[in-house]
Design a binder for this molecule. Structure first.
Ligand code: NIG
Ligand code: FE
Length: 415
């Protein structure tokens, strides 16, 4: 089957160079084609260009052809959300209320709330129920424009429950039109291990990881390297263990303090270092010329009222920046990447173009898929969305809280 989108008011984020990420000043430039066509064949973007060139494009005429008129509407590549924890058992609005009344995120965590609260609830919930709820969240983000998503474990904390979470993610991979990457996350120390931390790290490395690797349940390994969570040394051990099983690392770093997490991530060629509220010139220098994508999570900073990652300084230094939703019940209960773009513009001083790169090609890199996703390029997977009739692409971050997406196409199929 061939799908031809015609009369597209503006085809946004086209890339003739097939870049794997976009850095520094280039983040301010987005290529578009006005009054465009786009042809999808066999799940892939076959061709695109200006409407007057449509007659030149080649496709097999004997196939079934569906034409969609996109007059007044724009077409974007789907968002790639490279950091979520969307498999969870219950919301945590009580902690939200406690924070409004003055408690901090770290104080709540110390008392056994936070991640430990989510772990307790997740341990109690049967796998099928977890799966059902997580699939609902996946459907929700699909209609908000996300076409690829990374989902982490880390609310299990026991071998049994971490495996349960990862099996849920594996089932989601098999049954969802979204591309899903799964990550084994060393997230927090269970209360009973607080005075024997090395034992828990050993459990992660010697028991959980080998089982996860043997069942191919995770693509990546991630560690929450921050004050009150995993130290630099513990993070190193876990990332090294992951590499032995050919799982690339990722880090949650520098959200609560200058933890050294960025440097550890860079040392082990982590795919991304995420959060980055507490970074200075040293961390920016470490990220330069590294393979590690600096990833900012505006939803968490907004929801927890954290200081903001210095995005303007990072871009001025020539770094690429990715942004992801961090969808989770504790620090960012939303997977709306349109709103992430709004926050990028309003809170971090990014232009709409910069937020577009940050939520598509750069976040695709942060989940290891930018060769096939994250921009409109020939041969890439046809994951894209058609908007309602809109005046310009800046109206997406401008219209915070609204959903201007009308049609979602994933793997070349209209959803
Ligand atoms: O990315 N920072 C650590 N982990 C999650 C939040 C986890 C939670 O509070 O449940 C995050 O923000
Ligand atoms: Fe996170």
């Amino acid at each position: 089957m061939i799908l031809i989108l015609q009369n597209i008011k503006e085809l946004v984020q086209v890339d003739l160079k097939n870049r794997l990420w976009v850095a520094g000043k280039s983040m301010a430039e987005v290529q578009t084609v006005k009054n465009a066509f786009l042809i999808i064949q066999d799940k892939l973007i076959k061709d695109f260009g200006a409407m007057e060139d449509l007659y030149k494009s080649e496709y097999e005429l004997d196939d079934m052809i569906i034409e969609i008129d996109c007059s007044g509407k724009m077409v974007f590549p789907s968002y790639c959300d490279s950091h979520t924890h969307l498999v969870y058992a219950a919301t945590r609005e009580q902690e939200f209320v406690d924070r409004i009344k003055g408690l901090t995120y770290e104080e709540i965590a110390k008392k056994g709330g936070g991640i430990l609260n989510s772990a307790k609830r997740l341990q109690e919930m049967p796998e099928d129920d977890l799966y059902t709820h997580a699939m609902e969240r996946l459907e929700e983000i699909m209609w908000l424009g996300t076409g690829a998503v990374e989902i982490k474990s880390g609310y299990g904390l026991t071998t049994e429950s971490e495996l349960k979470m990862l099996k849920v993610i594996q089932r989601m991979k098999q049954n969802s039109p979204l591309l899903i990457k799964s990550t084994f996350l060393a997230h927090a120390f269970p209360l009973e291990y607080r005075s024997k931390r090395a034992d828990y790290v050993n459990l992660l490395i010697n028991e959980m990881l080998p089982l996860i690797a043997s069942e191919e349940l995770a693509d990546f390994v991630d560690v929450f390297c921050d004050r009150g969570f995993f130290t630099m040394e513990e993070t190193e051990r876990i990332l090294m263990a992951g590499i032995k099983y050919e799982m690339k690392g990722k880090v949650h770093a520098n959200e609560l303090a200058n933890s050294g997490g960025v440097q550890v991530g860079v040392k082990y060629n982590a795919l991304s270092a995420d959060h980055l509220e507490y970074i200075e010139d040293e961390e920016i220098a470490a990220l330069m010329d590294s393979e590690t994508m600096p990833t900012v999570l505006p939803g968490a900073a907004f929801f927890l009222n954290l200081k903001l990652a210095p995005v303007r300084r990072m871009i001025a230094a020539g770094l690429p920046v990715a942004m992801a939703s961090d969808y989770n019940p504790g620090s960012s209960p939303s997977g709306n990447m349109n709103f992430i773009q709004s926050l990028g513009c309003l809170k971090y001083g990014m232009t709409p173009e910069e937020t577009l790169h940050a939520t598509t090609i750069n976040s695709a890199y942060a989940m290891g898929i930018s060769e096939s996703y994250g921009s409109i390029a020939k041969g890439k997977v046809a994951n894209l969305f058609i908007t309602k009739e809109i005046s310009s692409y800046a109206v997406i971050p401008y219209s915070f809280g609204s959903n201007l997406i009308e049609t979602v196409i994933l793997n070349g199929e209209i959803q």
